[in-house]
Design a protein around this ligand. Structure first.
Ligand code: IPM
Ligand code: MN
Length: 358
């Protein structure tokens, strides 16, 4: 077996509830396949601000740097959303850890489990067979460009900025992935308006020459947002910048039935960071009804991408599939057309997956 150090950061809101299930799945896999995983816990986000005044305490960052992989839950709190004047914000913790760990590539696989065809509000015949892998650039763009506010507070700006090397490295990762899939890559930008997008497109065109076996397509973000819903099957690998990727993948979550189903992997220099793409969902936090599957599938991604444990990763995905096939559902993925599902809360759902894992 392998030996790995895993840092668990549940974070805020439903992050606490769902991450405990990703963790239990990792423990079960370690036991069943004779691996030795050791776990540490760290705080980040609103909970860290409450405890230390800092959304990413130095101690958490050091633990993160010393781990092989990180399982993260969610970040954010209603208090900050309703008060944009607050200077210290939970999200700063997440952005800082992405930057500090060099997590420049955020992989968001959008794959619909057949069992959930009816859970989406999109027609099943449009959805069936959809399988998209997003590469969202994660440490550049308007997220990290200079922010300004005039003294009179009446004017504000965020700089959208990309450097050639940032586009090159994410492009290569996306092309390498496309090679192992259906060999189609769609790059999304707004090059008809934005200079940063024109650099983006130029660099993609250059990198494309190294991958003549992959078919490259360029699409503007507005069109991509439309095509995604109109005909999701036309996409294989999609590569795009930080902000466009943030928006497009929330939209794409509807192709997978629910945000509650989607896992993501952030990789780059060394450690991998695994998290659901959903947020802290304060409206349902503490109620025990959040879907634990995105956290469980994040754990599966960790096993595969950071540890190279493909069999174990597939085992987890199969257990999720089996659970869905048995008709078990959390609220967010309940069938909209029939009443045959067994609708349950976070813990009951997580427990079903564990049963199917054993
Ligand atoms: C995400 C989230 C974050 C982002 C927020 C919480 C800062 O929406 O991971 O998609 O915008 O990147
Ligand atoms: Mn987002």
């Amino acid at each position: 077996g392998v030996e790995k150090k895993i840092l668990v950061i549940p974070g805020d809101g439903i992050g606490q509830e769902v991450t405990s299930w990703g963790l239990k799945v990792l423990k079960t896999i370690a036991a069943n396949y004779h691996h030795s995983f050791t776990f540490e816990e760290g705080i980040m986000g609103h909970v860290a601000i409450e405890a230390t005044g800092d959304p990413l305490p130095e101690e958490t960052l050091q633990k993160a740097k010393n781990s092989d992989a990180i399982l993260f839950g969610a970040i954010g709190h209603a208090k900050y959303d309703n008060d944009p004047t607050l200077k210290v914000r939970p999200e700063q913790g997440l952005l800082k850890i992405r930057k500090e760990l060099g997590l420049y590539a955020n992989l968001r696989p959008i794959k619909l489990f057949d069992e959930l065809l009816e859970a989406s509000s999109i027609k099943p015949e449009i959805l069936r067979g959809s399988d998209i892998l997003f590469f969202r650039e994660l440490t550049g763009d308007v997220y990290f460009g200079e922010k300004k506010r005039t003294e009179d507070r009446n004017t504000a700006s965020d700089l959208m900025i990309y450097h050639r090397y940032e586009v090159e490295r994410i492009a290569r990762k996306a092309y390498e992935a496309a090679r192992t899939r259906r060999k189609k890559l769609c790059s999304v930008d707004k090059a008809n308006v934005l200079e940063a997008s024109r650099l983006w497109r130029e660099v993609i065109q250059e990198v494309a020459k190294e991958y003549p076996d992959v078919e490259t397509e360029h699409m503007f973000i507005d069109n991509a947002a439309m095509q995604l819903i109109k005909d999701p099957k036309r996409f294989d690998v999609v590569v795009t910048g930080n902000l466009f990727g943030d928006i497009l993948t929330d939209e794409a979550s509807q192709i997978a039935g629910s945000m509650g189903m989607l896992a993501s992997a952030s990789v780059g220099d060394k450690v991998g960071f695994y998290e659901p793409i959903h947020g802290s969902a304060h409206d349902i936090a503490g109620k025990g009804i959040a879907n634990p599957l995105a956290s469980i599938l994040s754990a599966a991604l960790m096993l595969d991408i950071s540890f190279g444990l493909k069999t174990e990763s597939q085992r987890v995905i199969k257990a999720v599939e089996a659970t869905l096939r048995q008709g078990y559902r959390t609220m967010d993925i309940a069938n909209k057309h029939t009443e045959n599902d067994f609708i349950m809360g976070t813990d009951a759902m997580g427990a079903k997956v564990l049963e199917n894992l054993n």
